[in-house]
Design a protein around this ligand. Structure first.
Ligand code: HDL
Ligand code: ZN
Length: 444
């Protein structure tokens, strides 16, 4: 029976049905920086094995030293009071205690990143009103990392975690090269992240050559073939479900003819990346608007946003109508135009409220606009979690907002005299929390 033919419900039931569906629907999280314990973990927990360059970050000290909070603490204890180098020399625990003292005790922890730590602690059944993180630390020390992943996925109701596997990152690449099974945890799927290939071809070409994929700056036919083989080999090693890149606000397609690096990036896009994606039936994800290291001393917290060019995305969707594109943009100012672009191209799937627009006021604004312009054909959120436990707060906070907007929108539908059926509302939630992502991966 099609969803619209099942019995209709009255407006008072809409809230109950939508809240239950949003709570119950397990999420497929399409973009995170999370990894299984096979990638090494900075906190041993019960496993007893910690790895200082481990890629699985979890526990209260990682939560408190999330780069969003490092940036925020430097607003209240500026560098002339605590020089950056001195902060970076501190232990993770000392950094966490500094952040706890200044952002959670001496000031009200009401920013989204601060609130997130408290939501996570609360949903784990710990007491967010504890005066220090010490009791929580003891609790985390008793967790086994792999069992804890199951626990976090259960609490956050996330059924699949999509990684970001940056092949040009030495730590990441060497872990794959030393043990291909590193990515075999069924709770995780891989994504081949290739920023340098597009953002700095000359440097990338040298690295490809050193890895046995002979390539040179001129990007002749043999270099093109090498780069395609490089992508194919890593797609196979990782069993990656899409290829991804983060691009600066200055990204343009077609590229500025006077900018050699940008022109090389365009050639890599047109002659390497998009042909391989097409032959493998894989989407290409563009995350556009990140200005890297505007304050390098904040390290990962030192990036910021810039207004990007949506017409470049339009140009790619039109020129490569056989390819599928995921796209999210970092600037609030780009959201409406990107939404309208998605109305023009079925091969463009808009996703998430990324990074600096991943805040309740903007998630609500953007989700309302997307439903009004795109109906049910977009992906409202990804967590972008860097610390495993963040799945709990990022999805708790977003589910509340997605439910609120859907209740309003189904209520407005009912106001026309055509009331949504329970099945229609539940199908919409299924599409938004995972179905649209999985369908777009398949090209269905
Ligand atoms: O490039 C990206 O994938 C961004 O999400 C960055 O990782 C950024 O530092 C981040 O963590 N945003 O939440
Ligand atoms: Zn990210």
């Amino acid at each position: 029976m099609s969803p619209s033919s099942s019995p209709q419900v009255d407006k008072s039931q809409i809230e109950r049905i939508v809240r239950a569906a949003v709570e119950r629907e397990a999420v497929v999280d399409m973009h995170t920086h999370l990894y299984p314990p096979t990638f090494g973990t900075t906190l041993a927990g019960k496993s007893g094995k910690s790895d200082p360059s481990g890629m699985l970050l979890w526990g209260i000290d990682e939560l408190l030293t999330y780069h969003y909070l490092v940036a925020e603490v430097y607003r209240v204890v500026p560098a002339h009071k605590l020089p950056y180098e001195q902060f970076w020399k501190m232990s993770k625990r000392q950094q966490a205690d500094h952040i706890w003292k200044n952002l959670f005790i001496e000031r009200a922890p009401i920013s989204e990143a601060c609130r997130g730590v408290l939501t996570t602690i609360q949903k784990l059944g710990l007491d967010p009103s504890d005066p220090t993180p010490d009791g929580w630390r003891k609790w985390f020390d008793q967790q086994d990392p792999s069992d804890y992943i199951d626990r976090v996925m259960k609490v956050s109701n996330v059924k699949s975690i999509t990684m970001t596997n940056a092949v040009f990152d030495d730590n990441e690449r060497e872990r794959w090269n030393s043990n291909l099974r590193v990515g075999s945890d069924p709770r995780f799927t891989a994504v081949l992240r290739i920023d340098p290939l597009l953002r700095d071809w000359p440097t990338a070409a040298k690295k490809l050559s050193s890895w046995g994929y002979a390539a040179d700056e001129k990007l002749g036919a043999s270099s093109i073939e090498s780069a395609k083989k490089f992508l194919r080999d890593w797609l196979d090693k990782m069993k990656a479900v899409y290829i991804a890149v983060s691009l600066p606000p200055e990204f343009r397609y077609p590229a500025d003819p006077n900018d050699a690096i940008a022109r090389a990036g365009q050639a890599v896009l047109e002659q390497v990346i998009l042909p391989v994606c097409a032959e493998r039936n894989l989407p290409f994800a563009m995350m556009i608007g990140s200005k890297l290291r505007v304050n390098p001393q904040l390290r990962d917290g030192g990036d910021m946003v810039g207004k990007a060019d949506v017409q470049s995305v339009v140009g790619l969707c039109r020129a490569f109508s056989g390819n599928r594109f995921f796209c999210t943009m970092l600037a609030r100012e780009n959201q409406h135009e990107l939404c309208v672009a998605a109305r023009k191209f079925g091969n463009l799937m808009v996703f998430g409220c990324w990074w600096f627009v991943n805040n309740p006021s903007l998630i609500e604004e953007i989700t309302r606009m997307r439903i009004e312009l795109l109906g049910t054909s977009f992906i409202p959120q990804h967590s972008d979690a860097r610390v495993l436990d963040q799945l709990i707060y990022k999805w708790e906070h977003s589910r509340q907002i997605i439910a609120k907007v859907l209740i309003d929108k189904f209520g407005e539908m009912a106001g026309t005299g055509r009331t949504p059926s329970q099945q229609q509302m539940e199908e919409t939630v299924r599409l938004m929390l995972g179905g649209n992502f999985e369908n777009f991966l398949k090209g269905s």
